[in-house]
Ligand binder design. Structure first.
Ligand SMILES: [Zn+2]
Length: 247
């Protein structure tokens, strides 16, 4: 059977001197392994696959198991993402956040939409660290984590301007009025602006985010906070994260 689907290449491995096996994540959120004959040849028609993170239209034949790639056409080339090392590093982080949560034979159409939205935000100039945080916050439940930033764990206040700390004892925010030695145990101070942004990105629909226009400083703080949550609740290691820590 011949298929034609949009997708992003998420893995590749050499199969022989000239051929490679790639795995694509299709627009319907399915992982499909494909044999790409002649991938490593200099005149390969599949050369575009080597040029960074892009969305392609894949034409392939497949019966069961591994398919064979027949044709590939660029859909979204993400020129800015692939041309700037800093933005590209953030895009790699986004991709890793998506890939690590994929499970064999589970369709994750929402992952694909989140991936394309995040890459588009990066391409269109949103704060890179803010985009990674957005993607990480949306993916958190799939890693078994939680982040509660809507009301104070002690008094239930929803006045985010008063939010003061994030508590790993109550797994939630605590407002300034409720902070004391005992309630503040195992908590970290997080600015209310960052907590507000985190809450906004947690609840907003992915398709409704047209840009993430926050200061670079807030974007980095937001990502740091999100990573703190990941460290506490998931223990997942992302190798792209290390790349970002160098600056
Ligand atoms: Zn309170």
């Amino acid at each position: 059977m011949i298929y034609q689907q949009k997708g992003v290449m998420i893995r590749q491995t050499n199969y022989s001197e000239s051929s490679r096996i790639i795995t694509i994540l299709t627009e319907e959120g399915r992982q499909v392994p494909l044999m790409v004959r002649g991938f490593n040849k200099t005149n390969s028609p599949f050369i575009v696959l080597r040029q960074g993170i892009k969305e392609f239209l894949f034409t392939y034949s497949r019966f069961k198991g591994m398919g064979t790639l027949n044709e590939v056409d660029e859909v979204l080339s993400f020129k800015k993402v692939n041309g700037d090392f800093d933005i590209y590093s953030h895009a790699s982080y986004v991709l890793e956040l998506i890939i690590k949560a994929l499970e064999e034979d589970v369709l994750q159409e929402s992952f694909y939409r989140l991936l394309i939205r995040s890459l588009t935000l990066l391409e269109e100039g949103s704060q890179p660290a803010g985009v990674v945080a957005f993607c990480a916050i949306k993916m958190l439940p799939y890693y078994g984590g939680e982040m509660n930033v809507t009301e104070c764990a002690i008094c239930g206040s929803k006045d985010y301007k008063e939010f003061h700390n994030y508590s790993f004892k109550y797994h939630s925010v605590i407002c300034a009025g409720c902070m004391d030695d005992e309630t503040g145990e195992r908590s970290v101070p997080i600015s209310n602006r960052v907590l507000y942004l985190a809450g906004f990105l947690k609840h907003v629909a992915v398709g409704n985010v047209d840009s993430i226009s926050i200061t670079e400083e807030n974007a980095r703080k937001l990502l740091k906070f999100t990573e703190l949550i990941y460290d506490e609740y998931t223990g997942v290691y992302f190798k792209s994260r290390k790349l970002l820590q160098s600056y």
